[in-house]
Design a protein around this ligand. Structure first.
Ligand code: HEM
Length: 525
């Protein structure tokens, strides 16, 4: 699941204080003074104290204009060190260098991802209090409940159980991955075929991506009956999504009524689905990877684990809804941007059609050579480049004990935040004729590309013990969705409502949704 953090809230709140040009000038003066007073690094005298980004500086729209913020940090702050940033009344450590990111992500004992997940279930999904208590037993960073030892609590921890399920069902070359991605592709292929009943059709871009892609993926993970029970889930999902960030902020609830109403309807729908699925298939047979009621095995295994833990049906539904959000929110934004990038360049589209035809055929039936598809060089470069620019997440950890990072001591109770955008715009992606801020289809396969170095800075799925377990599914869905579409059709995108851009204020949330609709003109080939 893509994690949005408290940090996003603080940073957004701070961003809302975005200062005028005159104040920025004042800030720069402050920095000159500050830099002259800040002690220089001396590795012989640990512990080191991270450099502080002055409050005035951090007020320069961190999340609203992150590219500018990073350019500013690079210009005025010492390179390759952690920074301290005061935002929203809290102190966080900001990690922006690939080298430190690699070190940070390997720390597992004294930093916690679980506490953030718990916070999301509390604040965004409003999981009932007593269920939260049961859910959090054994979570990293939570003290054990009264009367239970740490060892007993550790044994009950849900995260390792979930991690095992992901590994068994979603990992590269697992049978689960083949089963799920093949099902996804067939559902998507059928939907496209029905959408264009004659030789040509013009359809809303959003409808194709946010309804049909949504349902192709959701059917795979939640079974085919889910759509009968919650037919408007696709639309409700996006209504909820629009309010998601604001649920982290101090936005009064009365201003979020549509998002909250959508959330409640979705949770009710998921609960009805859970009741029906449990009635029709009380236990998924051990050898089954997919079931028409439960979808992929992971959904059923989670339900079983949560019920065994004593979570109420409502809390179980909240959890599954969080899961629905995690598996769609990012992938949808990324596949949409991948397609936009391709369709803006007709020559690129033609090259890709030729390349993809070597791995996918769509008549008389859908046939995919998966190993070949996932290795196509141009498609892979387009995917890597699109995700580089479409994803802006915050890898965030709560520090549970004083932690040493590269000689610096990071204090217990604070947060460590590494924005993917700072890595994804790092100088390693710069090219004399293709700046890092622009899409360039061949960036990852260009002759002079230093690919290992680039991939070291390419972190859309974060890393460490919570490295997104859905990354193979996400990639396979995106490659096959784009591949099937462009092999079936000659496609044009009409940006009929103006140039499609990133939805404003969504930096830090994960995949950044396109801000408006357009028209897809699909002509059968
Ligand atoms: C392009 C699409 C996606 C992106 C960019 C993405 C990104 C992420 C990120 C950044 C994290 C947090 C990792 C951390 O901070 O350590 C994460 C976690 C997670 N993702 Fe994804 N994700 C994507 C698609 C998916 C899909 C399709 C699924 C499911 C099929 C999925 C399932 C999960 C789960 C379950 C977690 C939580 C892992 C844990 O608790 O250990 N993701 N994802």
């Amino acid at each position: 699941m893509e994690i949005l953090t408290q940090a996003t809230e603080w940073l957004n709140r701070d961003a809302s204080l975005a200062l005028s040009g005159a104040v920025i000038a004042l800030t720069l003066c402050t920095i000159v003074l500050y830099k002259s007073l800040t002690p220089q690094r001396d590795s012989s005298e640990p512990p080191l104290i991270p450099y502080t980004i002055p409050w005035l500086g951090s007020g320069i729209s961190f999340s609203r204009d992150f590219d500018n913020f990073m350019q500013w940090v690079r210009r005025v702050m010492p390179a390759d060190t952690p920074y301290t940033l005061y935002a929203g009344g809290r102190t966080i450590y900001l990690i922006t260098s690939p080298r430190l990111y690699a070190k940070m992500i390997r720390i597992s004992k004294t930093v916690s991802f679980d506490l953030l997940e718990l916070d999301i279930f509390k604040r965004v999904f409003e999981m009932p209090r007593e269920d939260l208590d049961a859910y959090s037993v054994g979570m990293h960073g939570m003290p054990p409940p009264t009367g239970m030892s740490q060892e007993q609590a550790d044994e009950l921890a849900l995260a390792p159980q979930f991690a095992r399920q992901y590994k068994d069902n979603w990992s590269n070359q697992s049978e689960g991955l083949s089963e799920l991605t093949q099902r996804f592709s067939e559902e998507w292929w059928k939907r496209l075929d029905t959408l264009v009943s004659t030789s040509e059709a013009t359809i809303s871009f959003r409808k194709v991506m946010e309804h049909h892609f949504f349902w192709s993926a959701t059917t795979v993970h939640f079974g085919t009956h889910f759509q009968d029970i919650v037919p408007d889930a696709g639309e409700l999902f996006w209504e909820f999504e629009e309010g998601f960030l604001k649920l982290f902020q101090d936005v009064p609830k009365w201003m979020l009524r549509p998002a909250l109403r959508a959330r409640e309807k979705l949770i009710d729908g998921v609960e009805r689905w859970l009741v029906q699925a449990s009635k029709h298939v009380p236990a998924m047979p051990e050898d089954k990877l997919w079931d028409e009621w439960w979808g992929g095995r992971v959904g059923w295994e989670r339900t079983r684990a949560l019920s065994a833990r004593g979570l109420s049906p409502r809390a179980n539904a909240v959890h599954q809804f969080g899961f629905l959000w995690g598996l769609n929110g990012n992938t949808l934004a990324v596949v949409s941007w991948t397609l936009i990038n391709i369709l803006r360049d007709p020559q690129l589209l033609a090259k890709l059609q030729k390349e993809v035809e070597t791995a996918i055929s769509v008549t008389p039936k859908l046939t995919i050579d998966w190993p070949a598809l996932m290795k196509l060089p141009l498609l892979t470069s387009v995917y890597q480049e699109s995700i580089r620019l479409a994803v802006s997440n915050m890898t965030t950890r709560v520090i549970t004990a004083d932690t040493e990072l590269d000689g610096y001591i990071l204090k217990k109770g604070r947060m460590m935040v590494a924005p993917s955008r700072s890595l994804h715009l790092s100088p390693v992606f710069e090219h004399p004729s293709h700046p890092a801020t622009e899409f360039w289809a061949e960036r990852f396969i260009a002759e002079d590309a230093d690919k290992p170095k680039m991939l070291n800075s390419w972190k859309p799925f974060a890393g460490g013990t919570t490295y997104c377990p859905g990354r193979f599914i996400a990639a396979a869905e995106i490659y096959s969705a784009i591949g099937i579409l462009i092999v079936m059709f000659d496609v044009k995108l009409e940006e009929s409502q103006g140039e499609i851009q990133h939805s404003p204020g969504r930096s830090g949330t994960g995949g950044v949704r396109p801000d408006r609709d357009g028209l897809l003109v699909l002509k059968r080939r």
